[in-house]
Design a protein around this ligand. Structure first.
Ligand SMILES: NC(=O)N[C@@H](O)C(=O)O
Ligand code: NI
Length: 169
């Protein structure tokens, strides 16, 4: 079967709107605090949590235990039906992500790959399909803002009958 080759496009707020938020200082609302000693880049992402059903926002670190080789073949994607999930890299290097619009089925044609500019994080909105985090470099660290609480918050989906290859730009 001919693989579907996914080539990442640059991550921009405009291109990512239907999937979530881009976390970056460029063009962000910002103001001086602490008597001018600190600049606050304010309200960069919409943290969506199902507090009404017992969910709460948590902050975690994700550390890459296993570097992936690229092109990276995958066919499993996932979504979080109860909350958003933000990733903030603790390093200055591009990160490749793959998303697909909300919905009950996904095909390879629905997938979009993005690559950060090395100074961006990203926040998947509730229910947005995404490839689980991968990196070509071991030990990279990410701050992750997502949810803990009752019930399952991770739906997995296998894209059938397609071989998808994610290519590093
Ligand atoms: N499983 C988990 O917490 N991580 C995934 O949700 C992911 O998007 O990497
Ligand atoms: Ni996830």
């Amino acid at each position: 079967m001919k693989p579907l080759k996914l080539v990442a496009q640059p991550l921009t707020k405009e291109a990512f709107t239907q999937f979530g938020d881009v976390i970056e200082v460029d063009n962000a609302t910002h103001f001086s605090i602490n008597e001018g000693g600190v600049e606050r880049y304010h309200d960069l992402a919409d943290v969506q949590i199902d507090v009404e059903s017992g969910g709460k926002a948590i902050i975690s670190y994700f550390k890459i235990n296993e570097a992936k080789t690229f092109p990276h073949s995958f066919n499993l994607i996932e979504r979080h039906p109860k909350a958003s999930q933000a990733f903030i890299p603790m390093f200055d290097a591009p990160v490749v992500i793959v998303v697909a619009p909300k919905g009950e089925t996904v095909t390879g044609a629905d997938l979009k790959a993005f690559v950060t500019n090395g100074k961006q994080g990203f926040n998947f909105h509730t229910g947005v399909w995404h490839m689980p985090l991968v990196s070509e470099v071991k030990d990279r660290l990410f701050v992750v803002v997502d949810r803990s609480g009752p019930g399952d918050n991770c739906d997995e989906y296998i894209i059938e009958n397609e071989t998808i290859e994610l290519i590093l730009p």
